[in-house]
Ligand binder design. Structure first.
Ligand SMILES: O=C(O)CCC(=O)C(=O)O
Ligand SMILES: [Fe+2]
Length: 210
């Protein structure tokens, strides 16, 4: 790494308040099958390390247990859900939500309303294949916008009807948006991996989608 780069990153961590860039110049879309698409904006958030640290400390993380077959099991990640109108734990999350609503206004007139936060303590925390279909996502096109903080992880996508899966690496400060029919025609997962540290995922959704 060059000296300039090193100074840049130190400066970033010590003094910069976290912020997010203009979306339009950095978003690229990948069209999937069946009317699904994925937008990515790598490095959307600057000062993401600091935001990661603040959220780690300030969010009232909860472990969740879920009935599975005949047992109740721990969900392997910590969660905190912020419903519509509930104060978010960091002002930048408000800025992000509003910037996303503005950028996608043409395709999603209602805008983003809720924020779901997940904390993956290490590589053994994960989320299995699923679509966000508990709500309108099962019948209507919608969007789920994910901001990643902390350790990079693969985010996998696969078509429900069968077919090859796609691997997106989501790293510190990256934005990934699933749109169109993605929640009902594709599934996504964060698989277990070895040797990684903590990751926080912030997911913005419209009302009635989760
Ligand atoms: O960790 C992520 O970025 C994805 C989480 C997810 O798919 C979900 O909570 O529905
Ligand atoms: Fe999901």
């Amino acid at each position: 790494m060059s000296t300039a780069g090193l100074q840049g990153s130190l400066f970033d961590e010590v003094t910069d308040e976290p912020s997010c860039a203009d979306l339009a110049p950095i978003v690229t879309r990948r069209t999937l099958t069946d009317g699904a698409w994925v937008d990515v904006a790598p490095g959307w958030v600057a000062g993401a390390a600091q935001l990661h640290e603040r959220l780690t400390d300030d969010v009232p993380w909860r472990a969740e247990r879920r009935a599975m077959y005949d047992r109740v099991v721990d969900v392997p990640r910590l969660l905190c859900q912020y419903g519509e109108g509930v104060a978010l734990p960091h002002p930048l999350l408000v800025t992000m939500r509003d910037a996303l609503s503005e950028h996608y206004r043409g395709e999603l007139p209602e805008g983003f309303a809720t924020a779901g936060l997940c904390l993956y303590r290490d590589g053994s925390d994960s989320v299995a294949w699923h679509g966000d279909t508990i709500g309108r996502g099962s019948t209507e096109d919608t969007m789920v916008a994910i901001v990643s903080l902390g350790a990079p992880r693969p985010l996998m996508l696969r078509p429900r009807g069968g077919g090859a899966s796609l691997k997106f690496f989501v790293a510190q400060g990256d934005l990934l948006v699933m749109g169109g029919s993605c929640q009902r025609t594709w599934e996504h997962a964060i698989p277990k991996v070895t040797g990684v540290g903590q990751r926080i995922s912030v997911q913005f959704r419209p009302t009635g989608v989760w």
